[in-house]
Design a protein around this ligand. Sequence first.
Ligand SMILES: [Zn+2]
Length: 126
Amino acid sequence: MMETELFQAVLNLQSPWKITKIDFISESRLLEIWIDFIPGSEFDCSKCFHQGCKGYDTEEKTWRHLNFFQYRCYLHCRVPRVTCPNCGVIQVDIPWARKKSGFSLLMESLILIMAMDMPISKVHLC
Ligand SMILES: [Zn+2]
């Protein structure tokens, strides 16, 4: 599907990450993108970098991403936790956001750039 490939390229998603669904809600000025991983994928431990950790469970998360023109954009994904032989059960790193952040990395960058030039109370995101 063309738009899936386009957004996958824009977000620089590499295997095993892939876009599974895109909702474009014109009247709400909203773009929602669902990202998932290929079932059975193995991941590196985010703490000790042990390779080939198997999936344990997942947790649904949402991040505010950069606007797509005048449309607010949110990313959704079930983020896997894996079983690492050294660290136990641990959440994997995802390429588009830091752990425990509700913003994508690009959104955080925009906020920091805006905050450098204006009082933080003047930084509006939508
Ligand atoms: Zn580990």
